[in-house]
Write a new protein. Structure first.
Length: 254
DNA sequence: ATGGCTTCATAGTGAAGA
């Protein structure tokens, strides 16, 4: 079974890339972030023709998450139950005994910003909910754009990024607090190429110079981690015309 | 160099991303 996550930075713009990637990679589940589409405008028919069911929770202009899947989802849940939020950042669905949580963690903007406080509060609420969800669903996977580079190895220039948003101690602690609930960072279960990143700024030719961060993650509950055979970042869509600034990340289970 | 691109909502620029 193959599960993947991709921040597409507008599904309107990126739909051709998504369709082509689905055809090439044939994932069983693909979680999307930053769809930037209201649900009424979600291209469900096109994706259904491509062989995928869709669950979506979106809004105009910002945020928006979706889960595409070969099998139809059950138990669809939008948002964090105890954290009322206009921003569409979480979508959860069940496939047999597998519970899938698609997240778009707030960016935070800068550590001085109110948005940084919102990010930390959001992460805390998310952890509280995941603690309970893990009791109900031992086979739990959390995939998405987490907007945190967990360690210096996930940063092209750790000195320049030290203490900055995406790399600050509080964000990294929040990430490891999630793992401490009983998850593994699937990417680090395996030997990986050095300088592996999942996001590169559009500016400064950052992709060509591999000036990136690894901020898109697949967290597997311990019950799933033991069956994980691989985790990889696919850089190829980042080379296309009008790419997303993020690359898809995939795991193979079972 | 506090910018550099890209997207979206707009109809000029501005916000936001990371």
């Amino acid at each position: 079974m193959k599960l993947a996550t991709w921040n597409v930075n507008s599904l309107n713009v990126r739909l051709p890339h998504v369709l082509s990637w689905l055809q090439q990679q044939q994932p069983d589940v693909l979680c999307l972030q930053e769809t930037k589409l209201e649900d009424a405008r979600f291209p469900a028919d096109t994706l259904r023709e491509a062989g995928y069911f869709c669950a979506a929770s979106g809004q105009k202009t910002y945020n928006g998450v979706a889960i595409l899947s070969r099998c139809e989802a059950t138990g669809i849940l939008k948002g964090l139950p105890d954290f009322p939020d206009e921003q569409r950042r979480v979508l959860t669905a069940t496939f047999a005994d597998l519970r899938v949580v698609c997240v778009y963690v707030p960016n935070g903007q800068s550590i001085e910003s109110e948005k940084y406080q919102y990010k930390l509060a959001w992460l805390s609420a998310c952890a509280d909910w995941l603690r309970e969800e893990l009791k109900r669903y031992p086979k739990l996977v959390v995939l998405g754009d987490m907007n945190i580079a967990p360690a210096d190895a996930d940063v092209h220039d750790p000195k320049a990024w030290e203490g900055q948003v995406l790399c600050s101690d509080k964000e990294r602690k929040a990430f490891f607090d999630l793992l401490a609930l009983g998850f593994k960072d699937s990417f680090r279960l395996f030997e990986q190429p050095p300088e592996s990143f999942s996001w590169w700024d559009y500016r400064m030719m950052a992709f060509r110079r591999n000036m990136g961060l690894r901020i898109d993650h697949i967290l597997l509950s311990d019950a799933l981690a033991s069956s994980c055979r691989s985790c990889s970042i696919d850089r190829t869509p980042r080379k296309l015309e009008r790419p997303s600034d993020h690359a898809p990340v995939s795991v193979e289970l079972g």
